[in-house]
Design a protein around this ligand. Structure first.
Ligand code: SF4
Length: 368
C-alpha cells in the first residue's frame, strides 16, 4: 500500500498543493492507496478524480464549526461492541478497521486506519447482540472493509450470522471492487455464495474507476448470484456534473451493478471542500431522472446529522395535489394533470386472511 508522498511520487509527479496536502494530513487522517488504484491516476492532471479521492488536500486542515467527528451519530447508537443500531430492523456490524484506500471524504475516519481493530471478544459481543434481538432482519457488514478479512475468517463470521434464524438478509459494504478488484477471486465468491441471500454494496464514484479489471470483479460477484449495488458520494469537482454522473451510472449498469444511493456529502471534519450545495445535488439528480434508464438512477439521500437516518432529497415533481387531481412536472418541465381515483379507501381485505396470526408488521412505534 502507498502511504506517503514519497510512495505516491514514484507513480505520479505530485503538485505542490498535493505535497502540502500530505504534510497537512499527517495529524488528521492516514493515507493509504492500493498500487492498482494508484495506477489509475492521471499523471498529468491533479484534478483527476482518482487523485482527488486518494491524495489529501491541505483543505482537510480547515475544520469548520459545523463539522463533526461522528457525523452520523454512530457512537451514540452503539448497544454492543462492533454494532451500530439506528434503524428498527437492521444493524451495522463493524468487523474490521482497515480499508484498501483511505478515502478523503470518509465519514468514518475516526474509526478506520488500522490502530484499534475490533477484537474477537468485540465481534462475539456483536453476534450475541444480533442473536438476542429478534427484530434484526438484516445485517450490514462494514468497517473498514470486510473483504480485507481472510476468506476463511469472513466465511466463518457469515456462517455464524446465517445460523441466527431471524437474520433474513446479509449485506457487505466494500470498496475493494473499486480499489483492488483482484481480491474478488474464485475462492472468495465460492465462500460468499454459501450464505445467500447475500448482497454487496460497493462504492464507485467515477466512471474512470470502472476499468476492465473492476468490471470483471463485479461480474464475478454477480455470476456467483450476489446482487451488487453501488453507493456514490457526490464530491465537488470529482463527479459533480451531469455528464460525469450519467457516464458513471450507465457504466455501472453495463457492469451489472445497480446504482443504489447518491449521497450528499456528510458533515465530517475537514471535508467542506468536497461537499456540494444541496441545490446542486438536486439539479444533478434532475439531470439523471428521466434522461437515463430508470434502473440507472440512484436515490439521492442526505444522511441526517446525529444519526437520524437517510432522508431522500427529491426535487419537487408534484406541483399541486387535492382530492380531484394532481399536477406533476415531468422531467422535461411540462405541467401535466393526473386525475385522482373516485374511491379513496385503500384497505387490503385479504391482509387479514393472509397474515392471520402474525404479529403486526409496523415498526413505526418501536424504533430503537
Ligand atoms: S473504503 Fe469506506 S470506510 Fe474505508 S476510507 Fe473509504 S469510505 Fe471510509
Amino acid at each position: 500500500m502507498l502511504t506517503d508522498a514519497e510512495d505516491v511520487s514514484e507513480v505520479i509527479e505530485l503538485s505542490s498543493e498535493e505535497r502540502a496536502g500530505f504534510a497537512a494530513s499527517e495529524q488528521l487522517f492516514r493515507v493509504g492507496i492500493t498500487p492498482y488504484y494508484a495506477s489509475l491516476m492521471d499523471p498529468a492532471h491533479p484534478t483527476c478524480p482518482i487523485r482527488m479521492q486518494a491524495i489529501p488536500s491541505a483543505a482537510e486542515g480547515n475544520i469548520r464549526a459545523e463539522e463533526l467527528r461522528d457525523p452520523l451519530g454512530e457512537d451514540t447508537h452503539n448497544p454492543a461492541p462492533s454494532i451500530v443500531h439506528k434503524y428498527p430492523d437492521r444493524v451495522l456490524y463493524l468487523v474490521v478497521d482497515r480499508c484498501g484506500i483511505y478515502c478523503r471524504h470518509c465519514n468514518r475516519r475516526r474509526l478506520v486506519g488500522g490502530d484499534e481493530p475490533p477484537t474477537t471478544a468485540d465481534l462475539d459481543a456483536g453476534l450475541d447482540y444480533i442473536a438476542r434481538t429478534p427484530r434484526i432482519r438484516d445485517v450490514l457488514l462494514s468497517g473498514g472493509d470486510p473483504l480485507l478479512l481472510s476468506t476463511r475468517r469472513l466465511d466463518h463470521l457469515l456462517g455464524r450470522l446465517r445460523a441466527i434464524r431471524h437474520v433474513e438478509t446479509i449485506r457487505i459494504g466494500t470498496r475493494l471492487p473499486v480499489v483492488c478488484p483482484m481480491r474478488i477471486d474464485d475462492e472468495l465468491t465460492a465462500a460468499l455464495r454459501k450464505h445467500h441471500p447475500l448482497f454487496i454494496n460497493t462504492h464507485f464514484n467515477h466512471v474512470a474507476e470502472l476499468t476492465p479489471d473492476a468490471v470483471a470483479g463485479c461480474e464475478r460477484l454477480v455470476d456467483a448470484g450476489i446482487p451488487v449495488g453501488n453507493q456514490t458520494v457526490l464530491l465537488r469537482g470529482v463527479n459533480s456534473s451531469v455528464r460525469s454522473l450519467r457516464a458513471l451510472m450507465r457504466a455501472l449498469l453495463r457492469a451489472r451493478v445497480r446504482p443504489y444511493y447518491l449521497f450528499q456529502g456528510d458533515t465530517v471534519l475537514g471535508t467542506d471542500h468536497l461537499r456540494t450545495p444541496v441545490e446542486t445535488a438536486m439539479e444533478l439528480y434532475e439531470g439523471l431522472r428521466g434522461w437515463i434508464n430508470g434502473m440507472a438512477v440512484p436515490h439521492l439521500v442526505l444522511d441526517a446529522p446525529g444519526g437520524h437516518g437517510k432522508v431522500p432529497i427529491i426535487p419537487n415533481y408534484l406541483e399541486r395535489i387535492d382530492h380531484e387531481s394532481v399536477v406533476v412536472r415531468t422531467y422535461r418541465g411540462q405541467r401535466i394533470e393526473y386525475p385522482q381515483p373516485r374511491e379513496r379507501d385503500c384497505t387490503v381485505p385479504y391482509d387479514a386472511i393472509y397474515f392471520a396470526g402474525e404479529p403486526a408488521d409496523d415498526d413505526r412505534e418501536g424504533s430503537s
